[in-house]
Each structure stands twice: as C-alpha cells, then as structure tokens.
Design a binder for this molecule. Structure first.
Ligand code: G3D
Ligand code: MG
Length: 214
C-alpha cells in the first residue's frame, strides 16, 4: 500500500510475514534486523506480534511491518489469517535440518495457491555459522528458489550475516512491484482519456491494496 507523503512524495507500507518450522531462527532474524540483538531476553515477549522498521531505498521511504509467529507453527496451526494481505514473505529453514527445507516448500506451495504471484518471496537458509553440520545443499536450495521465483539468501542471525541483505532484497522487490502497479494504474487512467483522472493517483483510497506480480 502506498500513501501520499508531504510535498507529493510517498511512503510505502508493506507487511512482511515470517514463515518456517519452529526453531529455525525466525524470531532471531527479525530481532537481529530490527534491534541488532541476538538471544535477547525480549525474545519470548516479542513473539505473537510485529515489529516495524523504516527504510529508505532509492530515495523511496518504506515502512515495514514485520510479522513474527507466536510459535503456532510448532502445532501446525498457522493459517491464512496470519499471512493474508502480505506483500512479502520470508521463508526460513535451518541449513542443518533437511526437514525444515521441505517445510519451506510446503509454505511456498500454500502461498502461491492462496495468493498467487501477488506476494514476493525470499527463502533464507539460516544458521550459516553451523556450516560444518550442513544438511541442505546450497545449490539445491538456490535452484529451488529460482524455480519458484524467490530470492535465496544464506543468513546467520547469530553472527549477523546476510540479515540486512535479506530484508533489503525483499523490500526492493516489493517496491518494484508497487511502483509497477502504480504505473499500471496511471496508464489505465490516462487511457480513460480524462486528464483530471491522473490526479486520483495521489488519493490513498485508490492506492490501498496496491500489489502486483513479483
Ligand atoms: P523460531 O522463531 O523460528 O522458532 P528462534 O526460532 O529465533 O526462537 O531460534 C531458535 C533457536 O535457534 C534459538 O536457540 C536461537 O538462539 C537459535 N538460532 C537462531 N538463529 C541462529 C543462528 O543463526 N545460528 C545459530 N547457531 N543459532 C541460531 P535456543 O538455544 O535459545 O533454543
Ligand atoms: Mg519464534
């Protein structure tokens, strides 16, 4: 969703959800990105909610609402109510745990089935610091990500590796998508042959649910 800002410039509001098996490091990744903390005692109280972060990419202001689970994934109880209206999803697996990678594939299938290409996907292979215990091949994960139109990144929330890249790349993709969507709307309005229609682009009512294919 894009909203008009002061002087006609805009800021973009995006919802991101974290998905993946329990214990793969979802909460740790969010906490590392937003607060630059690891294994902090806030970790349990932060669950079940979302954190916000403001970023600026290519001169565009973006507000991210990053939703973390409350641990429901451990009981297979995460439903569409959690990820609906999301612009982006971060699918996390643990590189030492093959099952967690299979779980990511299940999530990709579900998201594509429920939301189509309206959602931008990033797959994160976390716990890169445990490389010696790796059970998921990097090549396999990268090939899979490419196949499903997702970006793949390796991360370590513990050592702060790849975390910034993960969120920035996802944000960049969501922005591209929103900008393309805005452009389509402008084109559609101008095709309507009414010059005054063009001004509607700055109307927040027109801009809600601004999504397009990634
Ligand atoms: P979840 O939110 O997906 O359930 P958490 O996962 O963020 O709660 O992390 C689960 C466990 O994995 C935590 O350990 C956490 O410290 C650890 N962890 C998270 N990210 C990394 C990482 O990048 N490297 C390593 N080595 N460990 C990580 P505990 O012991 O608290 O259960
Ligand atoms: Mg968690």
């Amino acid at each position: 969703m894009a909203v008009p800002g002061a002087g006609g410039s805009r800021s973009y509001n995006f919802k991101i959800v974290l998905l993946g098996e329990g214990c793969v490091g979802k909460t740790s990744l969010v906490l590392r990105y937003v607060e630059d903390k690891f294994n902090d005692r806030h970790i349990t109280t932060l669950q079940a909610s979302f954190l916000t972060k403001r970023v600026n990419i290519s001169g565009k202001r973006v507000n991210l609402a990053i939703w973390d689970t409350a641990g429901q994934e451990r009981f297979h109880a995460l439903g569409p109510i959690y990820y609906r209206e999301s612009h982006g999803a971060i699918l996390v697996y643990d590189i030492t745990d093959e099952d967690s990678f299979q779980k990511v594939k299940n999530w990709v299938r579900e998201l594509r089935r429920m939301l189509g290409n309206d959602i931008c996907l990033v797959i994160a292979g976390n716990k890169l610091d445990l490389q010696k215990d790796r059970h998921v091949l990097l090549e396999e994960a990268e090939a899979y990500a490419q196949e499903v139109g997702a970006f793949h990144v390796q991360t370590s929330a513990k050592e702060n590796k790849g975390v910034e890249e993960l969120f920035i790349e996802l944000t960049r993709r969501m922005l591209e998508s929103a900008v393309a969507n805005d452009q389509q709307r402008v084109n559609a309005l101008s095709r309507g042959n009414n010059a005054s229609n063009l001004q509607i682009v700055d109307d927040p009512a027109v801009q809600t649910n601004s999504k397009s294919c990634c």
